[in-house]
Design a protein around this ligand. Sequence first.
Ligand SMILES: [Zn+2]
Length: 95
Amino acid sequence: MVTPINKMVEHHLRVSPIVYRYKPDEADLKEGQEMFVVQSMKGENKSYIVMLENTEWSCDCPSFKFRSGVDQLGNCKHIRLIIFLKDNNVEIKEI
Ligand SMILES: [Zn+2]
């Protein structure tokens, strides 16, 4: 089953931001690469790193790794959340 992202979107917009753009040292970010951090809504101090490389998304969460709860494109909820925010021009702050 694909995990819906509406609760995460609502949390990000109305409660507190859970998605940040992650800017490592310039040397560590390649051309066409974008990195994001998605924090847990439960405040468990858990967070996942989402990477976009040109058009290819990846995430370091178990769902992405084991392909469970992903959509037909293989995207986990963290990736789908970031795509949604980008598509809707929601500001993503840097961390
Ligand atoms: Zn993920």
